[in-house]
Each structure stands twice: as C-alpha cells, then as structure tokens.
Design a protein around this ligand. Structure first.
Ligand SMILES: *Cc1c(COP(=O)(O)O)cnc(C)c1O
Length: 395
C-alpha cells in the first residue's frame, strides 16, 4: 500500500469511528435543549409589516428568530430568541462547502377565531430528526423545538397575517440546521447550529391557484434508491434550479420528476404528486407514489391520504405508476385530475405535461372536484373552521 492509500484508509477508519460516536449522540434522546431554558432578547427596533396583499413567498421575515448551538464538547447550549440578525460564519464552515444543511417548512395560521394554529408540527419534527440523522448531526427532542417555535410565534404574533378568501396568507416557519465546524475535511461536524426564522406569506405561486405546466423529461433525475431524496436536506434542491430553467424554456412552471426506464412519476418540484383517474379496472382512484425513498414524505401528502380514505368515495392508493399508464389513461379519457401537494402551496392543479417534446393537456381544470375538495378541507382545518386534532394552538 502506498503512503497515500494508507492515509486514505486510516482516514476512513477514523471517520467511521467518529460516525459511530456521532450516532450515539443521535440516539441519546436525553440530550436535548429544553424550551424552558430559553433566553429572550427583544428587538428595540421592530420592522414595518408588509402589505398582506403584496406578500411574496419567503421575502419577509419577522422581528425575532430562534437559535440553538451544539458542539461535541459542550452538547446543546441554551436556546435563544433574539432580534433577527445576520450570522457570523467561518468561511470554512462545512455547510458552506458540502451542503451539510437541512430544513423544514411549516405554517402557522390565524384562524377565523383569531387564534393561531400550527398544523401537525410533530410530523415536521419527526421528519427533521430523520434528516438530522441522515446528515450525521445530533438529534434533539422534537417537542422541545415545537414549544420554542410556539414561543417565537407568540412574541411575533402580530406578524401572523389575517387571511381572507382572496388572500390565504399565513406565517411560514422555517426551521434550519447547519453544520458549522470550520474545517474542510469531508467529515462529520463537531459543531452545529439550529435556527428558526418566520415570516408572513401569501400564495406560493404568483399565479395564485392558476394551474401549472410541468416539464417531464426523464434525463433529469432528482432522487434514486439509496440516495437522500427522501430527506429535506439542502443538497437535494441546488441541482433542481438548472432543471427549473429548462422547464421555463418550455413554458413550464415546475418539473415533474420521473425515475427509471419506465418513467415512474415521483413528485413535482418540491411537492408530492396526486393523480385522480378511472383506473384500468374502471374504478375511480386517487394515486400517489409510495414512500420508497424516492419522494419526500410530505405532511400534506400524508394528510390528504388520510382525509380521502376517510371520505370513502374512491380508491386511494400509494403505488408506483408510470408515464405509460398516464398517457394511456389520457388517450382513453380516464385521466381526471393531477395536482401537487405541499405546505407552501397546499394544493396546486396541473394542466399540462411537457413529455417527449409534446405538451400533453391534463384536463384537471375541466372539473377540479377532488383538487378543490382537498384544498378546502385542509384550509378549513388550518384556519379553524373545522375542528381537528391535527392542529395545535400556539397559546
Ligand atoms: C417539502 C417537500 C414536499 C412537501 O412536504 P410537506 O410536508 O407537505 O410540505 C414534497 N416534496 C419535496 C421534495 C419537498 O421538499
């Protein structure tokens, strides 16, 4: 073995040892920051709030943020709620080089009764912890982070916009977790920062509830078996921006991610995909791709599956399905609706697929019955019009 190969091998052994060590933090559920330890510093210069009718997704942030630091030597430090600020970060921090970063996306809603609700926040925490584990970052108690998020929202409660029929606005909550160790080795980070920023949002698309067209080109692959596509890690999103420009050049707003030689439909942009059709056996069926590691396990996806199963009006199926099935259904007039589903847009109807150099017309808007019902029932729960144990009151 040459010296070079030897040092690579040693390095790999060391790294494995550190990974095993890191895994013990990951599984040590007793080691977490606690919400009751939070230190609060309030801003002396609150910002002006934006006009609710002009909210652009992800452009506006409230007066405060939450921050918790971790290090291998000291463990979790006390959580801090402080005025919104820029970070100081070492230029060698691992997140800046190897995208050791993960995030969540959830919303707080000002209900018709003026109370503030979070939608299934523990589902986001569960997912965040799986992303943390996949990033070899230490875990924490999800409940503690939810309590801190509630505290943060209650301090900035005036930033939760009042929604109207035309403006289904809400407060977007972005928990983020980054590896901060200031060294360049591709190795597990010994320091990390968890933070949460929040801000008012309107509809995700400038087009509102207008339908979107999707680029369906199998040469672009988002996710693969054994990869990280099933986790909300920043590294999955950077490569999609180029594809987004290709989509735009074909008049499409989003990308339909296909997978495999049989062109399986997985998901859309950063949303899960639902197809409502009359299947080959003549049954009405709502179908979505299974959680086999290729798609992100969306909270909206899970909720819509649970809701539509409860309606009991058609078959609800999680399975692999392909473009061949979709084009056949389209040709036989069995395809009824297609929509994306995710926290940011809730439900987004699809009216075209650009596939094999042809724009296939998807008839969703002829009668978007299931699309609209999914949208309405979720919003009714989120804004407190329908009582549900899926929501948690902020205070
Ligand atoms: C966040 C996300 C979704 C939707 O998840 P929700 O929990 O419903 O918001 C779907 N796909 C991808 C790739 C995502 O990043």
């Amino acid at each position: 073995m040459t010296l070079n190969k030897l040092s690579v091998a040693c390095c790999a052994v060391q790294q494995t040892a550190r990974y095993v060590a890191a895994r013990s933090y990951v599984t040590a559920s007793t080691s977490s920051f606690k919400a009751k330890d939070v230190e609060i510093t309030r801003t002396k210069s609150p910002a002006a709030k934006p006009d609710v009718s002009k909210l652009k997704f992800g452009h506006h942030f409230s007066d405060h943020m939450l921050e918790v630091d971790w290090s291998e030597s000291k463990g979790w430090e006390k959580p801090r709620i402080c005025p919104m600020k820029n970070f100081q970060i070492h230029p060698a921090a691992k997140c800046l080089h190897y995208a050791v970063e993960l995030f969540e996306g959830m919303k707080a809603f000002r209900g018709v009764d003026n109370r503030i609700r979070l939608f299934r926040p523990m589902e986001n925490m569960k997912r965040m912890l799986t992303s943390a584990e996949r990033s070899a970052l230490p875990t924490f108690e999800g409940r503690e982070l939810v309590e801190l998020i509630k505290k943060l929202i209650s301090i900035d409660v005036d930033w939760v916009p009042k929604a109207s029929k035309e403006q289904p606005s809400s407060l977007y909550v972005r928990p983020t977790y980054i590896a901060t160790e200031p060294t360049l080795g591709v190795a597990i980070s010994t320091t990390a920062k968890l933070f949460v920023i929040i801000g008012p949002v309107g509809p995700y698309y400038a087009t509102g509830l207008a339908p979107v067209k999707l680029l369906a080109d199998p040469q672009y692959v988002r996710s693969w078996p054994g990869g990280s596509g099933g986790f909300k890690m920043g590294c999955n999103y950077a490569p999609t921006l180029y594809t987004q420009t290709i989509a735009a050049s074909h008049g499409c707003q989003q990308v339909l991610w296909l997978f495999g030689d049989d062109h399986q439909l997985t998901e859309v942009g950063a949303m899960n995909l639902f197809t409502f059709w009359v299947n080959e056996h003549g049954e009405k069926e709502l179908v979505t791709a299974p959680l086999d590691g290729l798609v992100l396990p969306g909270v909206t996806r899970k909720s819509l599956l649970e809701l539509s199963k409860k309606w009991g009006e058609f078959k609800v199926t999680e399975r692999k399905y392909t473009m061949k099935e979709v084009t056949k259904a389209l040709n036989e007039n069995r395809l009824l609706e297609m929509f994306g589903a995710g926290t940011a847009c809730v439900v987004s109807p699809i009216d075209g697929l650009f596939y094999k150099n042809e724009m296939l017309k998807i008839p969703t808007m002829n009668n978007p019955a299931v699309t609209n019902r999914c949208m309405k029932e979720l919003l009714d729960i989120q804004y407190g019009r329908t009582p549900s144990d899926w929501v948690e009151l902020v205070e």
